[in-house]
Design a protein around this ligand. Structure first.
Ligand code: AMP
Length: 125
């Protein structure tokens, strides 16, 4: 079910539990501010989720409240993960669903990286 991006942060969400080590993940990157792991239900040959370690509900929350260091870390990590996975030459897509109309399901900001095949039109018409 889609979540309301204006809701307060819910510490019991699935990515908070992954960050606390209560649930496993297939990690592809980690630094002080960022964790990235494979999506459990991949929609492309490469489907990675990049998340801040801080408690941010959505892109809206993160862009409003995160420190400069956290913002830089998320952006740099996303580019680095794609670069090191060899995704730049054939191309990749980033997606951050935010709130109800976007169908955001997990109330902790995540940036999807999709790659590995032609990804089709940007949105269904
Ligand atoms: P969104 O619709 O943008 O909120 O995307 C949520 C994503 O989280 C979906 O692509 C799910 O497949 C993915 N997901 C849900 N639970 C897990 C999990 N435990 N580990 C990895 N990915 C997950």
């Amino acid at each position: 079910m889609a979540i309301d991006a204006t809701q307060p942060y819910d510490d019991s969400n699935i990515f908070a539990r992954i960050l606390r080590g209560e649930l496993p993940c297939r990690k592809v990157f980690e630094d002080e501010h960022v964790l990235a792991f494979e999506d459990i239900n991949p929609l492309a040959p490469t489907h990675v989720l990049v998340i801040p370690k801080g408690a941010y509900v959505s892109w809206d929350d993160f862009s409003a409240r995160a420190s400069g260091a956290e913002v830089v870390a998320l952006v740099r990590a996303t580019g680095q993960i794609a670069r090191e996975a060899g995704l730049v030459e054939d191309g990749y897509r980033l997606l951050a669903n935010t709130g109800l109309n976007a169908g955001q399901e997990v109330p902790h900001l995540h940036v999807h990286i999709f790659a590995g095949r032609p990804l089709g039109p940007m949105l269904a018409r």
